[in-house]
Design a protein around this ligand. Structure first.
Ligand SMILES: [Zn+2]
Length: 302
């Protein structure tokens, strides 16, 4: 495995995304480990152990998928149950800013109730929202026992790309590794053999190893006979895109439909961001002035 000492040390840092390629093959990959930012996400809503583990897998997965894209915007991974409002969502921007949330009742989630049983007959959506241009959304039914299995199925169906993903999470850490076989110019038995071997080796990676080992150690222990080149080492951030202006706009939308439910209990209204727990408070005069300004400007998005 080729890399510099500096990049090796970099891979021991707290929140890290490492991109790599297997030399002389058409297989590339990335690994992610999130520690303090994962703890930040789960501490806001005091999630249980099982919910923290699943949310960790979602956040690690969206980081890995985002690393494959060249765009400006955000990528959202969202699973929704077929009945009720329970859902789980994680997003990553092109600047590696992550956030995630769980909504609804997940109390049945346990070591015995897996991802498939939790979301039976539900859907998994992957949405890319560029800063300019049209959004793109791919949807697959939740038909595998694990999130990684569903995502592999998604890539097979939607992108025709062979993909192997391993995800792990607990209360402290979220981790993931993804291998992908790039489209071949010509079909080759060697490439297929390479892919099979590496897929089988990745399957042997245990959750404890993913959570506890640095990327360098994971890769060298799994693929000791391969020449792996590190392409980059990046550091994702926990960052929420909420703002006073966004909350005001959302509240104005509700106000336009049901004005009587506003300001029943006083001259101000407040709202909490469920992603980062930041509180926004608006006084009646500011709220109504800005609402009237929006109407006068005839903004269609009220
Ligand atoms: Zn926020």
């Amino acid at each position: 495995m080729r890399q510099t000492k500096d990049s090796h040390e970099e891979m021991f840092k707290d929140n890290t995304l490492t991109k790599f390629i297997f030399d002389n093959t058409n297989i590339k990959g990335q690994a992610v480990t999130l520690c303090s930012y994962h703890r930040d996400v789960i501490s806001i809503n005091s999630y249980s152990q099982n919910v923290s583990k699943l949310l960790g897998e979602f956040i690690a997965a969206v980081c890995l998928l985002n690393a494959n894209l060249k765009y400006n915007g955000r990528l959202i991974l969202h699973a929704q149950r077929s009945k009720g409002l329970s859902s789980i969502m994680a997003e990553c921007t092109s600047k590696n800013n992550i956030r995630g949330i769980v909504r609804g009742d997940f109390s049945m989630l346990s070591d015995q109730i897996d991802f498939y049983q939790m979301f039976k007959k539900g859907t998994l959506r992957l949405t890319m929202e560029p800063e300019s241009g049209d959004r793109y959304q791919g949807i697959v039914p939740i038909c595998e026992n694990t999130l990684s299995g569903c995502l592999e199925y998604y890539f097979e169906q939607s992108e025709q790309l062979k993909t192997k993903i391993k995800l792990a999470g607990n209360m402290q850490t979220a981790a993931g590794i993804l291998l992908q076989k790039m489209p071949e110019q010509t079909s080759s038995d060697d490439c297929s053999q390479d892919w099979r071997e590496k897929s089988i080796l990745l399957e042997t990676l245990r959750a404890e190893e993913q959570i506890n080992l640095a990327h360098y150690d994971q890769l060298t222990s799994l693929f000791s006979n391969d020449d792996i080149r590190i392409l980059s080492v990046e550091n994702p951030n926990f960052w929420c895109s909420c703002s006073r202006e966004r909350f005001l706009k959302a509240l104005h939308e509700l106000y336009s439909k049901e004005p009587r439910s506003f300001f029943e209990e006083g001259d101000s209204i407040s709202a909490n961001c469920e992603f980062c727990d930041k509180n926004y408070e608006f006084h009646k005069s500011e709220f109504k002035n800005k609402y009237n300004q929006r109407r006068e400007n005839n903004l269609s998005d009220i």
